[in-house]
Design a protein around this ligand. Sequence first.
Ligand code: ZN
Length: 211
Amino acid sequence: MTETELREAMCRWGRSLFERNLSPGSSGNLSARIADGFLVTPTNSCLGFLEPGRLSRLDPDGRHLDGDPPTKELPLHMAFYAARPSCGGVVHLHSTFATALSCLSDLDPEDAVPPVTPYVVMRVGRVPLVPYTHPGSAEVVPHVLARAPRHAAMLLSNHGPVVAGTSFENAVFAAEELEETAKIVLLTRSMDVRPLSAERVAELEAMFRLR
Ligand code: ZN
């Protein structure tokens, strides 16, 4: 994909996420790796109205080169690229159900999203819970660096989901899958749920390597 195509794809997916109420207001931010750095959605931008020519372009060290200034949550994105050499894109949303899940006090911090369907295991993997830090804080970086080598997706406590993918589009798909799974988990929370067994999860993990 050329940089022009990638810029257009980021705007198209941004609009789609916004129109489906997955990134209300100016929340949520997107990034993608390019040959000589990164493209990132601008600070205070609405994902529904991104312009290809105004996306922030950064050098390989994350320094702003041109376009609008990047999202304040840039440290979160850069930590994924630093820890996962295969990372081609990062999607961070404040989508309702994954964010609601991130606010619950009784989650397993190592495995916050139960494997209720094979798709969350295949496309998202095991999701740890990252301790709360204020949005945009660089204090989130060591928490992400510690988890990202083994996990492509995380829930930020009381904040929302962040998902890395081998491509920008794969990151979007995984973020959508995480949101759908969070919805199922919350809808069935007071019911007698039968999650996939550890053996079935291991089988899927062996079949569908996320990296
Ligand atoms: Zn955020």
